[in-house]
Design a protein around this ligand. Structure first.
Ligand code: ADP
Ligand code: MG
Length: 235
């Protein structure tokens, strides 16, 4: 037991340390970003605007990594409140609408047979769902046969649990990818961070739930998030 406590202590310290380092790196990045933008017209004059674009894109990527890393090293006790599943799904659809439209995709919310309620940290749970929708959009872009991208969201009750479904008709994945999906830093994307699903998995586990996945290459992928329902709170 002492061993475990000691390790947890170290982990908490490491979490704090990395969070403060991440914050410190963000500030200079913001400054660099600002100055590059000021230099942009001059670079354009030199016929080197491409360089500015690359620098900006790479700074944004570094910021994304820091952002995802920060959310993955935050203390894990969720700020829970009672939330309606349909409100949660609708909100997430709204938040991702512009990205979905930009990719010419469609996102459908299956009709829910009455609402279900869970006790969750709404911010964290939204982050999980947005991660999954972004992954779905990326999987759809990588499918090269011109199929119209479709993402389906749904939820149903299964005993004392709610199962939230996020399915896409993207490129799917092979067994090798499936096996490593939730590992930190595992990515098959050129600009991926490999943090989205490992963070999501941690969040869902902290809520007493789990994530399962089924996929077929060139057909699509379905994620199911199972969460404990609040007793008696169904309509
Ligand atoms: P990232 O998106 O930065 O690569 P994630 O942790 O979000 O990191 O995902 C890890 C990997 O899982 C992805 O690189 C991809 O190979 C695979 N993956 C996740 N979601 C899907 C999906 N909907 N369809 C196909 N592959 C997926
Ligand atoms: Mg991702």
């Amino acid at each position: 037991i002492e061993q475990t406590a000691y390790q947890n202590d170290n982990l908490a310290m490491l979490g704090k340390l990395s969070a403060s380092i991440a914050h410190e790196i963000r500030n200079p990045l913001t400054a660099i970003r600002g100055f590059i933008q000021l230099l942009r017209p001059h670079l354009q004059g030199l016929g080197k605007e491409e360089y500015a674009k690359i620098i900006l894109a790479e700074i944004d990527r570094a910021n994304d990594i820091i952002h995802e890393f920060l959310s993955s090293s935050k203390p894990s006790s969720p700020q829970t409140r009672i939330a309606s599943i349909s409100a949660l799904l609708k909100e997430v659809i709204l938040l991702t609408e512009s990205e979905v439209l930009m990719k010419g995709c469609q996102i459908d919310l299956q009709s829910l047979p009455g609402d279900l309620y869970v006790s969750v940290d709404v911010k964290q749970m939204k982050q999980v769902l947005i991660n999954m929708i972004r992954n779905a959009l990326e999987a759809i872009s990588d499918r090269l046969d011109g199929t119209t991208g479709k993402i389906e969201l749904g939820a149903r009750r299964e005993g004392s649990e709610v199962r939230i479904l996020i399915s896409d008709n993207g490129k799917g994945m092979d067994a090798c990818t499936m096996n490593r999906l939730f590992s930190q830093f595992f990515t098959t994307k050129e600009n991926g961070t490999g943090l989205g699903l490992s963070v999501s998995d941690r969040i869902v586990k902290n809520h007493g739930g789990r994530i399962s996945v089924t996929s077929r290459v060139n057909e699509g992928t379905s994620f199911v998030i199972s969460l404990p329902l609040i007793n008696g709170l169904t309509s």
